[in-house]
Design a protein around this ligand. Structure first.
Ligand code: GRF
Length: 219
């Protein structure tokens, strides 16, 4: 295996997706490892998860900066000592500007609790329920300057059941997220994706059937 890619995981909350990436990183054949966890909110559970895994943590509260550009510059400065290749947003509740995104040509990834391009932004689970869709799910995508608009890396489908509440559907989607995010990070870290217009296309990892990798929810 070539050198493992270093991940910076950006969080604002409970960090269950961070945990999935930490657990995946513990696997000897996983092509990336979490090198730093950055939060804009002090005291969140995600920071505890990082510390428990022996991963360095950085807190950069956004309130102390006059605007997006200044905050982005502070994020870049805070991450620089850890030399991350790939940034994974995992419940990070801030938008990032072009200067930040361009600093990571290998990719800035986000996970969203809906099948994009449906239901971007806040409350993706609630929006899906309100619209009465019968299938929702989660999406890992490359981050661009829009809100959940970047090219799609991988998706997993989750059925919406008649009795679902926002909480029950969110919980089922969350378990799929924990499977999907490491698979998507593997694709990006191994350099398996290439752009074809707006699309990202590429072969599956050798140990996973293509359909299962690109859509683990139905595999
Ligand atoms: C997830 O639902 C993810 O889709 C969204 O934020 C949530 C983060 O949850 N972007 P956690 O902090 O990883 O538990």
């Amino acid at each position: 295996m070539t050198a493992r890619r270093t991940l910076a995981v950006l969080v604002s909350g409970s960090g269950t997706n961070l945990q999935a990436l930490l657990d995946a990183s513990a696997g000897a054949d996983f092509p990336a490892r979490v090198g730093v966890v950055l939060s804009n909110v002090p005291g969140v559970l995600a920071l505890e998860r990082a510390r428990a895994a022996g991963v360095p943590t950085v807190i950069v509260p956004h309130q102390s900066f006059p605007g997006r550009a200044a905050y982005d510059a502070a994020l870049l400065a805070a991450l620089a000592p850890y030399r991350p290749d790939i940034v994974c947003l995992a419940g990070f509740m801030r938008l990032l500007g072009g200067d930040f995104l361009r600093a990571f040509p290998a990719g800035v990834l986000n996970i969203h609790p809906a099948l994009l391009p449906s239901f971007p932004g806040l409350h993706g689970v609630r929006q899906a329920l309100t619209h009465g869709v019968k299938v929702s799910g989660c999406t890992v995508h490359l981050v661009d300057e829009g809100t959940d608009t970047g090219p799609i890396v991988a998706q997993a489908a989750v059925p919406v059941l008649d009795g679902d509440t926002e909480e029950s559907l969110a919980a089922r989607i969350r378990s799929e997220e924990h499977r999907l995010y490491p698979l998507a990070v593997r694709l990006v870290a191994e350099g398996r994706l290439r752009r074809d217009g707006r699309r990202l296309v590429g072969g599956p990892a050798p140990d996973a059937p293509g359909q299962a990798l690109r859509n683990p929810g139905t595999g």
